[in-house]
Write a protein that binds this ligand. Sequence first.
Ligand SMILES: [Zn+2]
Length: 294
Amino acid sequence: MTQISLPTGHQNTFSARASRWVEHCGNRDCTSGWLQLFRRRSSPRFEGNWACSPACMEHILTDAICSQIESWEPVHAERALRMPLGLILLSRGWISHGELQEALAAQRRSGNGRIGEWLGRLHGVSEETIAKALGIQWNCAVLPHGMPGLEFAPSLIPAFLRRRYGLALLRQGPDAALYLAGKDRAEHAAARAIEHMLREPVHAAFLEDSTWHQEQAETADTAEVLVPGRDGVVASIGELIERTRPSDAGLVRMHDHLWLRIWLAGRGSRLMERRDIVISLRGQDGEEALKPLN
Ligand SMILES: [Zn+2]
């Protein structure tokens, strides 16, 4: 067993007192020394980190953007492992073999429509059953239509991202957990991203079609769209952070976009102003907007 000697009480008191006056630069490779006395920059901050210079902020941003990009699970790889919905319904005895064959044939002939829709149309398979099977297929919660207390919480994420990716954020009662529903797929990665941004639990879920059709009260989209300049995403976000000097900021990946949220100290008031910015990871011609990060 390794013995670890703990610092003495005296040192502890010193460091607790000192940390109020000095701050560590959040850039691990900072060369200006890890203690910054009499710092001139108190902002900007990014994900709780303070940076001693714009160059160090760019390092912190590079790390954050890389880890957000890399931690996103490719949807297609996920999908390849899924059992087909028809087989799940069949294996549970919720439809017959003949019903599945007919629905598949109808889908093939028409060239469109989801298999669940065809099963509903031809054989009266209920939305509830389809949603249950989707929940099994994607390993996530199913929120039945008319679930008590369930309400949309559209203002928590930018309307731009909700519309672009067919997302709905819901809450069952004011203090209960959040659910993120996707129209066509389980949004596990997006749920994790929103959880990171909002700092509260978010579960991936499926909604029955009729709940989707309940009109979500449309909120004005306040998110700004940032088109990365020639120097790429990191430089563009870095420039924005230096210009606006947020008291804090968060960044997550949502599919092919980054969502940056910044909090700005309001002038003469104690309230924080919140701004959302979305940044496409792909250029306008579908070209990668990312420059090499080194
Ligand atoms: Zn630094």
